[in-house]
Design a protein around this ligand. Structure first.
Ligand code: 5AD
Ligand code: SF4
Length: 451
């Protein structure tokens, strides 16, 4: 246990998106005052929290198989006279609720993404083996008000949730059902959290939201959007880098595009999912943009910030996707040139409109399309990395590398960069000359190492 004041061990496993990573950190913050210190060993844990993801079927199934393993560990601990409390948090908790406890009775409590500030109470109740074991409502504001203002950042980069929920209702997606309606935190509270992080040595924050660029400050009469928030946070001393994720093309407004050209702290990297390059499929997905409007948007963003690295999400095998639709996606990818990307086979999610659509695609076809799509995206990522060779990039060193004397950091474009560097450069932004590029990372040497 890293915290000497801790008397009990907490193991948290995080699935899915970065918002869950943030939530897991905050759960540890909520539980710290109760004496819980984080352990990496589930078998030794007094409390296990699985922070789950519901977005694709595979993600959900992983949770149940993990719960099967935990049940055995719980029994082993009981044999030694020790207890293990098992909590399921996150989007599977929200979507399936008590069903989880029926399917796996070793689970003691279920807590949705908006209710984890109630964890201490729920745990106490579970220990008394009675009362409410399920908390899954949608009041995000209550949660943020109830969370401790203190955060215990573990490094020089941190996530900061600014927005939750989604009103877009893409026909394949469970998020509008599991995370509820779009809701933004007050800018003042976000600024306070960012300042506190900067005071603790955080140099880079990633602003998080399911639809982060739909951010609308509830405490700003002018309806300050994400651009205004970014400008506000950019003024904080010590906070040198700002990123945000995930965005919808529909909410990419002029002010935000302008900020990319003007705010030095806003990093030249944008995750802007398009999902498909076929207008027919985009319409069936209810995406509210076409391939052409997405491409023109990318043009505008590149006009504001020519070196920006573009990343995206793609789904292959959406119901009704023909070969020609898939080819249109490959064509769009060729036109954009992605620096990185995430791609998935369509997964049929019960309760979403696409699950009931005609023309579901055979698994073998999805596999074949995904392989072709990923080959193209990997080629583009490798080419993007290669284009950095010989360049000097400012790298924020985040942690020790695998080899002694080596540090790992990130370029402005979110690439991992390895370099031989002294430990005192941890947390510093240092010029590094890139001398070799691999598919997933860069290697370089310190430029002008003087001091
Ligand atoms: N099937 C496959 N991929 C999905 N995503 C969301 N829902 C599904 C689904 N049902 C992908 C989208 C989204 C990313 C977070 O996950 O690409 O942008
Ligand atoms: Fe899901 Fe679409 Fe909302 Fe993204 S924008 S969270 S894909 S519904």
């Amino acid at each position: 246990m890293s915290d000497p004041a801790a008397t009990k061990r907490l193991y948290i496993k995080t699935y899915g998106c970065q918002m869950n990573v943030y939530d897991s950190e905050r759960m540890a913050d909520v539980l710290a005052p109760l004496g819980y210190g984080v352990t990496e060993d589930p078998a030794a844990a007094d409390l296990v929290v699985l922070n789950t993801c519901h977005i694709r079927e595979k993600a959900t199934e992983k949770v149940y198989s993990e719960l099967g393993q935990l049940k055995l560990m719980k029994q082993a601990r009981a044999g030694e006279g020790a207890e293990m409390t098992i909590a399921v948090a996150g989007c599977v908790a929200q979507a399936e609720g008590e069903e989880i406890m029926r399917r796996q009775p070793a689970v003691d409590l279920v807590v949705g993404p908006q209710s984890y500030h109630q964890l201490p109470e729920l745990i106490a109740r579970a220990h008394r083996a009675r009362g409410e074991r399920l908390a899954a409502d949608f009041a995000a504001d209550e949660k943020f008000d109830a969370l401790p203002t203190e955060r215990r950042p573990t490094g020089v980069t941190a996530f900061l949730t600014v927005q939750e929920g989604c009103d877009k209702f893409c026909t394949f997606c469970v998020v509008p059902y599991t995370r509820g309606a779009e809701w933004s935190r007050p800018a003042e509270a976000i600024e306070a959290e960012a300042r506190a992080l900067a005071e603790k040595g955080v140099r880079e924050v990633t602003l998080l939201g399911q639809n982060v660029n739909a951010y609308a400050a509830p405490d700003d009469e002018k309806g300050g959007g994400l651009a205004a928030l970014v400008r506000r946070l950019a003024r904080i001393d010590g906070l040198d880098r700002i990123r945000y994720t995930t965005s919808h093309p529909r909410d990419m407004d002029e002010a935000l595009i302008a900020a990319h050209g003007e705010v030095e702290e806003l990093m030249p990297y944008l995750h802007l999912p398009v999902q498909s390059g076929s207008d027919k499929v985009l319409k069936a997905m209810n995406r509210a943009h076409t391939a052409e409007s997405y491409l023109r948007l990318i043009d505008k963003i590149r006009a504001a910030r020519p070196d920006i690295a573009i990343s995206g999400d793609f789904i292959v095998g959406f119901p009704g996707e023909r070969d020609a639709d898939f080819e249109a996606t490959l064509q769009l990818i060729r036109e954009v040139g992605y620096a990185s990307a995430f791609s998935f086979k369509y997964s049929r999610r019960p309760g979403t409109p696409a699950a009931a659509m005609q023309g579901q695609i055979a698994e073998a076809v999805k596999d074949e399309r995904l392989a072709r799509l990923q080959a193209l995206l990997e080629e583009q990522q490798a080419a993007f990395n290669l284009s950095q060779e010989g360049r000097v990039l400012p790298v924020l060193f985040e942690k020790a590398g695998r080899h002694p004397g080596q540090l790992i950091g990130r370029s402005p474009y979110l690439q991992a960069v390895h370099a031989t560097a002294p430990d005192r450069l941890l947390g510093q932004i240092v010029p590094v000359r890139v001398d070799s590029a691999a598919r997933n990372s860069l290697a370089g040497v310190l430029e002008l190492e003087t001091a």
